[in-house]
Design a protein around this ligand. Sequence first.
Ligand code: ACO
Length: 403
Amino acid sequence: VIDIRSLYGETGFFTYDPGFTSTGSCESKITYIDGDAGVLMHRGYPIDQLAEHSDYLEVCYLLLQGELPSAAQKKKFEGDIRNHTMVHEQIASFYRGFRRDAHPMAVMCGVVGALSAFYHDSLDIADPHQRMVASDRLIAKMPTIAAWAYKYSRGEPFIYPRNNLSYAENFLHMMFATPCEEYKVNPVLARAMERILILHADHEQNASTSTVRLAGSSGANPFACIAAGIASLWGPAHGGANEAVLQMLTQIGHKERIPEFIDRAKDKNDPFRLMGFGHRVYKNYDPRAKVMERTCHEVLDELGVRDEPLLDLAMELERIALEDPYFVDKKLYPNVDFYSGIIFRAMGIPVSMFTVLFAVARTVGWVAQWNEMVGDPSQKIGRPRQLYTGSTLRDYVPLHARG
Ligand code: ACO
């Protein structure tokens, strides 16, 4: 707690909490995490039950509306989402402004931010109905925008959404079909994708969600807020971690080299960290990582991959790390990103699309949290304080008089 009288001549105190490790920024009814026990629940439902029995759009409804839908509500919601899967045709031209080798996350930031130039009715955030339309639009259009970012990077024609497919199937279809060839969606892979989307749907006040809330607290439009969330998610300490895990495993290359990398991770003079390990909130096994590991085995079995060196390496790395006093004492366990990259790779999803997929899945969390905040009458603009450590008062020195 900082006494600000000496600093600013103001009266009172504020807390100085870099990284907000112990500062609550909002009230929320959406997601509960008990990091010590390794528990994650959405609206009271444990994540493993949702991943096992639910589907992604049902979880979207739950996050947005607070309850699981009845059959009629589910059907209507699926219809609403289906209504919005297309993007404005001019958005297709928008992609052409990007270099082909642009990272798809860079494209996502631009295209999602640009939606506010196309859907003007969704800018009326004071209207709860329009807020819900904006949320539906974002959830529905993200797979299309993401798959098109991939297609653009390959110089392939865009594939339009097929509304007779499920959310996950549709995404795989837009990624992998071509105008010359149908893509037959493997139901096991579609189910795995559905589960991955559920596991990433929301995670309370993480960096990207807090970014969305902070951007939205000024009254910014939902598309701008979600673009800000995407930008935050891109960082390797957040959504970029699954990409970084795969790069790390490739760099390690062989089981014999694991101890060398474990030593590097422990060395405070080396910036290297075990990617996919550790979490701000979980000081226990991330419950999503367990489901992810199971899903990883299911996908590899389905694809007949008997020998996946990176999976063997990941499992051995986990085993060694979890026996090492450094990781045990600091309660560093695998997080959700540790196994997801291996699944994506097996499915044929390129590394540059890993974080994009995370953004697709997390969109519902972002819009649910944004809606909750905007709908809260006690909501204020987010405006943290700072601890000023710069110069005290001094007089301007003209250019000719400076040394
Ligand atoms: N490898 C080695 N040491 C680690 C690791 C790691 N992966 N993670 C944390 N530590 C150490 C830190 O060096 C620190 O040690 P110290 O107390 O001796 O200084 C201690 O554990 C605590 O770490 P912090 O960085 O203070 O913890 P914080 O909560 O700020 O960071 C984070 C959490 C960013 C996730 C961190 O664990 C990390 O960088 N992990 C690797 C990246 C990663 O997997 N990110 C994905 C997160 S999940 C998600 O976004 C979906």
